[in-house]
Design a protein around this ligand. Structure first.
Ligand SMILES: [Zn+2]
Length: 100
């Protein structure tokens, strides 16, 4: 994701998806304090809502797929790609603004 101040890559995707770097980080290049813009927050809320809304269907999904795994673990396995997909979309549409 680019830094609005120096226009260089402020952070890599693998670091960005960890912890709270998506919301607050320092630019790799110029060290500016950066804060997520509104699109990141909106995208995050949508991703969480979509992930939660898939939970009632997870029992059907794993019955359909015929998995014999422990349901709790499997739910995480299915939710994770949904959240990751949301993360990738946010990565492309979102951005940072310089924190004052
Ligand atoms: Zn920068």
């Amino acid at each position: 994701m680019k830094c609005p101040l120096c226009n260089s890559e402020a952070i890599g995707f693998l670091k960005w998806i960890q912890k709270r770097y998506a919301f607050r980080t320092d630019c790799n290049n110029c060290g500016a304090h950066l804060k997520a813009n509104m699109l990141v927050y909106v995208g995050f809320v949508i991703t969480v809502l979509v992930s939660i809304s898939t939970i009632p269907y997870l029992d059907e999904i794993y019955n359909f797929l015929g998995f014999e795994l422990e349901p709790k673990k499997l739910k995480i396995v299915i939710i994770f790609p949904v959240m990751l997909l949301g993360g990738v979309i946010i990565w492309f549409v979102g951005g940072y603004k310089v924190q004052k």
